[in-house]
Design a protein around this ligand. Structure first.
Ligand SMILES: Nc1nc2c(ncn2[C@@H]2O[C@H](COP(=O)(O)OP(=O)(O)O)[C@@H](O)[C@H]2O)c(=O)[nH]1
Ligand SMILES: [Mg+2]
Ligand SMILES: [Zn+2]
Length: 336
């Protein structure tokens, strides 16, 4: 008769920080005073989230991301360390590309906060447009915070018309001066959930974190800037506070570029839900030189703002070198 084997103790945990070969994980169910433990992968990881990879030059990417839910067991050889055996399927994931790499900035989030500033630094429309496209491709809820309105001496009509367009399309936009405190509307919006904070340096992300969490700010993660020639890696960090029970914010310190060349043309088109109101003769129309293009017509009639199209084309340009047509694409063989 077989000897009874005692089942190995395994627990679920949340990946909260990346430290080289190690991860910091918080055991679930997540409590704001949960101790963080050190964990590492060993052997072959059972991965459940495998995304489709249909022959594109998929850019290299690290295995786990902040927000991943993993299964851990104690390390028999090391009392301080746990072993990560498996990863649960991701509900969603936000990626960006930087040079020849793609990075998952966070997985399993409830929403993304795009943080921009109206001045100092000036409103960076390209950055916002690329973030918006990625977030919509990923199917995640999003808000846009435009900070530092206190620095504005006169209305900024150009930026306002851009914000107004996005608001008409359903985006929630918050005009803020977070240094002096959050507006009641933004405060109410950031009441609970796990949010990824995306914005360039200097827009006020750390200030927002401090205003939201106060003195009880807890951090897991570190800024690790590895400068190997042109490569700069910046790791996201997770923030929470014992006083704010259901709220987690994930910051990406030092985020400078938000490349979209990990995506392909099909996906980029999915990042433009507002284009769907203007059908084209060809269902697969890229809106470049194709005949009967509804987007070109909408632009000519002033129904679509020029800036939406300008950044769309720039995004397509950035993916062209990675893009290999799929079997059956009608433009297969068409020269660039
Ligand atoms: N005038 C103004 N300055 C702000 C505001 N929020 C942040 N700042 C300043 O902008 C600079 C960058 O802020 P920080 O929170 O570090 O930005 P981060 O790089 O996105 O984390 C700091 O000097 C802040 O004091 C604001 O609402 N108004
Ligand atoms: Mg910061
Ligand atoms: Zn078209």
């Amino acid at each position: 008769m077989a000897r009874e084997v005692s089942p190995q103790v395994s627990e679920r945990a949340l990946v909260a920080g990346l430290f080289g070969a190690y991860y910091h994980v918080l055991r679930l169910p997540f409590r704001q005073d949960s101790p963080r433990v050190q964990a590492k992968t060993r052997g072959k990881l059972r991965i459940d989230y495998n995304e489709k990879n249909v022959g594109y030059n998929k850019l290299r990417e690290s295995l786990l991301a902040i927000g991943d839910i993993v299964e851990i067991t104690p390390d028999a050889n090391n009392a301080d360390t746990w072993v990560i055996n498996a990863v649960e399927k991701r509900r969603n994931a936000i990626h960006r590309a930087s040079f020849d790499r793609q990075q998952c900035l966070a997985a399993n989030v409830d929403g993304v906060i795009i943080m921009a500033s109206i001045r100092s630094p000036d409103f960076n429309l390209g950055f916002v447009e690329r973030c918006l496209a990625e977030i919509r491709i990923a199917g995640v809820d999003v808000i846009l915070v435009v900070n530092k309105f206190d620095l504005l001496t006169a209305p900024d009509k150009d930026t306002e018309s851009i914000l107004a367009y996005h608001e008409t399309m359903g985006l929630r936009v918050f005009r803020e001066s977070v240094q002096g405190g959050l507006s009641p509307q933004l405060h109410a919006c950031l009441d609970h959930g796990t949010w990824l904070l995306l914005g360039q340096s200097g827009t006020g992300k750390s200030t927002l974190l401090n205003r939201v969490f106060g003195e009880n700010l807890q951090t897991v993660g570190e800024v690790s800037l590895i400068n190997k020639g042109r490569h700069t890696t910046t790791n996201p960090a997770l923030f929470y506070s014992p006083l704010k029970d259901d709220l987690v914010l994930i910051d990406v310190p030092g985020l400078r570029e938000f490349g979209m060349h990990h995506r392909d043309v099909h996906e980029i088109r999915g990042g433009y839900p507002d284009f769907e109101a203007y059908p084209c003769r060809f269902e697969d129309c890229r809106h470049l030189n194709e005949p009967g293009c509804g987007i070109k017509a909408a632009l000519a009639e002033g129904k679509l703002p020029e800036f939406r199209y300008r950044y769309y084309v720039a995004m397509l340009d950035s993916v062209q070198e990675n893009f290999k047509p799929r079997k059956g694409d009608y433009w297969r063989g068409v020269r660039k």
